[in-house]
Design a protein around this ligand. Sequence first.
Ligand SMILES: NC(=O)c1ccc[n+]([C@@H]2O[C@H](COP(=O)([O-])OP(=O)(O)OC[C@H]3O[C@@H](n4cnc5c(N)ncnc54)[C@H](O)[C@@H]3O)[C@@H](O)[C@H]2O)c1
Length: 365
Amino acid sequence: MTTPKKICILGSGNWGSAIAKIVGSNVTKFDTFDNEVRMYVYEEMVDGRKLTEIINTTHENVKYLPGKKLPSNVVAIPDVVDAALDADVIIFVIPHQFIRKICQPLIGKLKPTTVGISLIKGFDLKEGGGIVLISHLIKEVVNIPVSVLMGANLAGEVAEEKFCETTIGCRDVEVGKMYRNLIQTDYFRVVVVDDVEAVEVCGALKNIVASGAGFVDGLGYGDNTKAAVIRLGLMEMIKFCEVFYPGSKLGTFFESCGVADLITTCYGGRNRRVAEAFVTSGKSIEELEKEMLNGQKLQGPYTAAEVNHMLKAKGMESRFPLFTAIHQICLGVIPPSGMIDCIRNHPEHMCSFDKQHTSVSGSHE
Ligand SMILES: NC(=O)c1ccc[n+]([C@@H]2O[C@H](COP(=O)([O-])OP(=O)(O)OC[C@H]3O[C@@H](n4cnc5c(N)ncnc54)[C@H](O)[C@@H]3O)[C@@H](O)[C@H]2O)c1
């Protein structure tokens, strides 16, 4: 019999804790997994006590997932190397701003057979321009194969065990089956696909679109307007993959990681909520992040800046007018009403008879 796989979760925010609840329960159902799940927790003081101590005694992450019990076999550990050292499987689930810092101490310390899966939405910036997928960054830094999990998965609803679907991007069939055993439940259904990059790009870009949805909500427009933002956002997400990740499959955009995650984020997520308040309060994104999110992190405005950096470097801003306008609104370069001008004049409003002379990526044939 093979040795049971040890699981480590790097991250313990809202999503990290919700996934710990699932994984902690699932490892006890299969002989193939070790029963202890080690969870790296960024140490913070909460009401005068260490968060790790609170989690290990009350089995609740009172700061990031209050009111939900974690299984007692999930052990909170404040040191990233202690948490990950012997792991066979590492689940990366921290805001993308911190991923480099978390990976650095692990260089050269992991077992050669360790595999990873990233639940992180966002990109990192390449030195000298361009973006790096977080799964590629992790692979580059700690030298392990990295799959991804993305989907219409608002953490609070998953923690409440309300039904949802998710998408895992994984090229190795056996590893994909292992991830399904580790993560699937009767209320959290997993579909594994091999189009790994497109799954991850969907997860990052939808947060930009959600900021746009929040702006039109803040401006007092209705659901029809928001549907236009969602549709045009989806078109730009598809075009982004065509241009930068050629070979991506259109079908991937119809998995949970694509259209479903886009819809749920544009109605329910924190990026939409903060963008709405940005319009109605006149405060900066940074102020609102501090005021509204209790330590949680925003992704939309940062991802918009990272994407803009890449588009600008390639002279492509005008081909992605929605992404570009959202970035400019976050910076205060144009007012929030610029969102309406952008969707009104969007090139995707061309009729079929206009399109006859234009190729998919927008250049004239
Ligand atoms: N929350 C959701 O509904 C959801 C759903 C799907 C995917 N995601 C993605 O999962 C990832 C993690 O999000 P989350 O919701 O678990 O986190 P979060 O925003 O709820 O929490 C912030 C986390 O960052 C940690 N942190 C704060 N300062 C830090 C520092 N200086 N160094 C290291 N860590 C620090 C905190 O301890 C906490 O674990 C993100 O990429 C997010 O997009 C979130």
